[in-house]
Design a binder for this molecule. Structure first.
Ligand SMILES: Cc1cc2nc3c(=O)[nH]c(=O)nc-3n(C[C@H](O)[C@H](O)[C@H](O)COP(=O)(O)OP(=O)(O)OC[C@H]3O[C@@H](n4cnc5c(N)ncnc54)[C@H](O)[C@@H]3O)c2cc1C
Length: 582
C-alpha cells in the first residue's frame, strides 16, 4: 500500500496571483508626472513633487490597507454612553480615523485652497495641485473623499456668502491642519420628497433672534456628525418653489458647547463608500444661521454643489486610474496558455478600452481645474467654461468609472470578484458617483442649462479652438479636428435651442461635448509633452466616440483620414499605448 502523500500548508504556491500592493502609484504612472508641468508653474511643481511622490507610495501601500480595513468595518451610530447618558456619536474605525489624519492634517487637502501655509507655500494652492493630490489619495480611499470635498466646498461657499461674524467664528477651524482642532463640513439638502427637485424642500426655518430654528427631516446626510453643515430650508412665510429656499449654516455644537437640537436617526446600509457614514437627520428646532441672501439658497448652494460635482469627477478619474493600473499590472504578470496576458492581442485591445476613458477623465480634471483657477481670478469666459466642464466631467467620467472598474475587475479573473482585492471596492464605490450630487439625467440637463443661460458654448468653442491652434497637427488631422468641433458645437446649440424637446438628447450632447473636449485637450497635451502616444489616444477618442463607424468594419476598414492621423495602424497604437504605460 502506498503511504498517504504528505501535504504541508506552508508550501509556497507555484503560480502566486500577481499583487501590486506596495507599488508607488505616482512613480508607476509616468504620464501624471509628464502632464503636471502643463498645468502647474515650475517652482510650485518642484515643491509639490516630493509630496506627490510620498503620497503615491502611501496610496499604493499603507493607505490602501487602511481603506480596505475601513471598508470592512463601517461606522456605527451609538445613542447613549455606557453610563446611560443620551449622547449620540458615530464610532469610526481607527483605520478610517488614520485616513482622516493623513488627508486633513498631513496633506491639508481641505485647507489648501483657502489659505497659505500648506507645504510651506506662501499662497493658497491652485485647484490643479489639490486635484493632483486628491487623484492619488482616492486611488486608495474613496469614501473619505466625500467629507474632504464637503469641507473644502463648504468653506468656499461660506467665504463667498457668509457674514463676517460667521467667518470669524468658523473659518479658522475649517482650514486647520491640527487634527484635534479642525472642523469637518457636510451638506444636508436631500429630503424624502426633495432630491433632484430641490424646489420641493419642506424643512422649515423659524426666525429666532439673530438665528433660525430648523424643523424637518433630511433623508441623505453624508458625514452626518460633521461639525458644520450647509442646509436648505424654507423660512416661514416664504413663497413656494425655488424662490422660497434659503441657505443655513448648522453647527453640531452651539457656542456654549451644548449639542444642537438635531438627531441622527439611523445610518444607511450602503453598497459602496462603506467606510464613511451617511445617515438620516431629524431637525428638532436646531439653531442655524442664514448664509447670504434669503430666498437665494439654491443659487448659493449651487456653488457648493458644483464644487462637489467637480470633485466627484476627480474621484472618478482616480478610481479609473487605479483600476487601469491594477489591470495593467495583472496583465503583465499573469500568464495563461504559456504567455503573458498582455502579449495577447485581444487582451491588449481590452486594456486600451480601459485606458482611454481613464486618460480622458484625467485630462478633463486638469482642464477644469485650470479653468476654475482663471474663473476665480475673475475671468468671465473661464467661468462660462467651468460651468459646462463641471457637469461634463461629473456626467461622463462618473459613468465611465462604473464600466472601467467593472471591466478591470474581469482582467484579474476570478480573483477580481473576491473582496481580498481592491477591485470589488472600486466597483461598489464607482457606482455612487453617478447618483449623488445630481444623477446622470440631472447633470446632463445642467449641461444644457449652462449652454442656455451662461453662454458656455461659445466659451467652450473658443477654448478648444485656442487649444487646437496651439497643437502641432498635420493638415488632414487638423481638418478632421476642426470639422468635428464645428459639427458638435452646432449640434449642441440646436439641441439646447429646442427647449424641452431637446432635453431628451441632453445625455447624447453631454457625451459628445465631453469626447470633443477631451480629444482636443489630449492632442494639445500631446504637443506639450511631445508624446506621439498621447496624440494617438486623442485621435482614437475622436474616431471611436465622435465619428461615424461601420460596426462590421473592424480596424482594417479605417476611414481615409486615419492614416494621416495615425501614421501606423490602430493595432500598433494599441500595443504602444498599453506597453508604454507600463
Ligand atoms: C450614499 C449617498 C450619500 C448621499 N449623501 C448626500 C448628502 O450628503 N447630502 C445630500 O443632500 N444628499 C445626499 N445624497 C442624496 C443624493 O444626492 C440624491 O439621492 C440624488 O440627488 C437623487 O435624488 P433622489 O434620491 O431624490 O432621486 P430623484 O430625484 O427622485 O430621482 C429619481 C430618478 O429620476 C430622475 N429624474 C429626476 N428629475 C428628472 C428630470 N427632470 N428629467 C429626467 N430624469 C429625472 C433622476 O435622474 C433619477 O434617475 C446621497 C445619496 C447617496 C446614495
Amino acid at each position: 500500500m502506498q503511504p498517504p502523500r504528505e501535504t504541508t500548508l506552508d508550501t509556497a504556491p507555484q503560480h502566486p496571483v500577481p499583487d501590486q500592493h506596495g507599488v508607488n502609484l505616482f512613480d508607476s504612472d509616468p504620464d501624471l508626472g509628464r502632464l503636471l508641468p502643463l498645468y502647474l508653474p515650475a517652482p510650485l511643481l518642484q515643491r509639490l513633487l516630493p509630496q506627490l511622490q510620498r503620497l503615491g507610495g502611501l496610496a499604493g501601500g499603507v493607505l490602501d490597507a487602511l481603506a480596505q480595513t475601513a471598508d470592512r468595518n463601517p461606522p456605527q451610530l451609538l445613542h447613549r454612553t455606557r453610563s446611560g447618558v443620551d449622547l449620540q456619536r458615530i464610532v469610526k474605525h481607527p483605520a478610517y480615523v488614520e485616513l482622516e489624519r493623513v488627508a486633513f492634517s498631513q496633506y491639508g487637502l481641505a485647507a489648501m485652497s483657502h489659505r497659505a501655509g500648506v507645504f510651506g507655500c506662501d499662497t493658497p494652492l491652485p485647484a490643479a495641485a489639490k486635484y493632483a493630490l486628491t487623484f492619488l489619495f482616492v486611488q486608495a480611499e474613496f469614501g473619505l473623499c466625500c467629507p474632504l470635498s464637503m469641507t473644502d466646498s463648504l468653506t468656499r461657499t461660506l467665504r463667498r456668502f457668509g457674514s463676517p461674524q460667521l467667518l470669524q467664528r468658523y473659518l479658522p477651524r475649517l482650514v486647520s491642519q491640527d487634527f484635534d482642532e479642525l472642523y469637518q463640513g457636510a451638506m444636508f439638502m436631500t429630503e424624502q420628497g426633495a432630491g433632484s427637485d430641490v424646489a420641493a424642500t419642506a424643512t422649515r426655518a423659524v426666525p429666532d433672534g439673530d438665528a433660525y430654528l430648523l424643523h424637518g427631516d433630511k433623508w441623505f446626510c453624508s458625514n452626518p456628525d460633521a461639525d458644520l453643515a450647509m442646509v436648505l430650508a424654507r423660512i416661514d412665510g416664504a413663497p413656494a418653489g425655488m424662490k422660497g429656499v434659503s441657505l443655513f449654516l448648522l453647527p453640531r455644537r452651539l457656542p456654549d458647547a451644548s449639542a444642537n437640537a438635531y438627531r441622527i436617526v439611523r445610518l444607511k446600509d450602503k453598497l459602496g463608500t462603506r467606510s464613511m457614514a451617511s445617515g438620516e437627520i431629524r431637525l428638532d428646532g436646531a439653531r442655524a444661521f442664514l448664509v447670504g441672501e434669503a430666498g437665494r439658497g439654491f443659487q448659493q448652494m449651487a456653488d457648493m454643489v458644483n464644487n462637489s460635482r467637480l470633485s466627484n469627477g476627480v474621484r472618478a478619474a482616480g478610481l479609473m486610474r487605479r483600476a487601469v493600473s491594477e489591470a495593467l499590472f495583472v496583465a503583465r504578470e499573469r500568464r495563461a496558455f504559456g504567455r503573458r496576458l498582455i502579449d495577447m492581442p485581444l487582451m491588449r485591445r481590452q486594456l486600451l478600452k480601459l485606458l482611454l476613458p481613464a486618460e480622458q477623465a484625467r485630462t478633463m480634471v486638469f482642464q477644469t481645474a485650470e479653468a476654475l483657477r482663471r474663473a476665480d481670478d475673475g475671468d468671465a469666459a473661464a467661468y462660462a467654461l467651468v460651468r459646462v466642464f463641471t457637469p461634463l466631467i461629473k456626467f461622463r467620467a462618473c459613468r465611465d468609472a462604473r464600466k472601467v472598474t467593472g471591466d478591470a475587475m474581469e482582467v484579474r479573473g476570478g480573483c477580481g470578484y473576491i473582496e481580498d482585492w481592491a477591485d470589488p471596492r472600486l466597483v461598489r464605490d464607482a457606482h455612487l458617483g453617478s447618483i449623488w450630487e445630481g444623477t446622470s439625467n440631472i447633470v446632463a440637463l445642467d449641461v444644457l442649462r449652462a449652454i442656455r443661460r451662461e453662454g458656455s458654448l461659445p466659451a467652450l468653442d473658443q477654448h478648444l479652438r485656442g487649444l487646437l491652434a496651439d497643437t502641432p497637427l498635420q493638415a488632414e488631422a487638423r481638418r478632421v479636428f476642426d470639422d468635428t468641433l464645428s459639427r458638435t458645437v452646432a449640434r449642441a446649440s440646436r439641441v439646447a435651442e429646442a427647449g424641452e424637446r431637446g432635453d431628451a438628447l441632453a445625455r447624447q450632447v453631454a457625451s459628445a461635448l465631453y469626447h470633443l473636449s477631451t480629444a482636443t485637450a489630449m492632442a494639445w497635451e500631446a504637443g506639450g509633452m511631445r508624446s506621439a502616444r498621447r496624440m494617438r489616444l486623442a485621435q482614437l477618442v475622436l474616431r471611436q466616440r465622435l465619428l461615424p463607424q461601420d460596426p462590421l468594419g473592424g480596424d482594417e476598414a479605417e476611414p481615409g483620414w486615419m492614416p494621416a492621423l495615425l501614421d501606423t495602424a490602430v493595432d500598433d497604437a494599441v500595443v504602444e499605448a498599453v506597453s508604454l504605460c507600463a
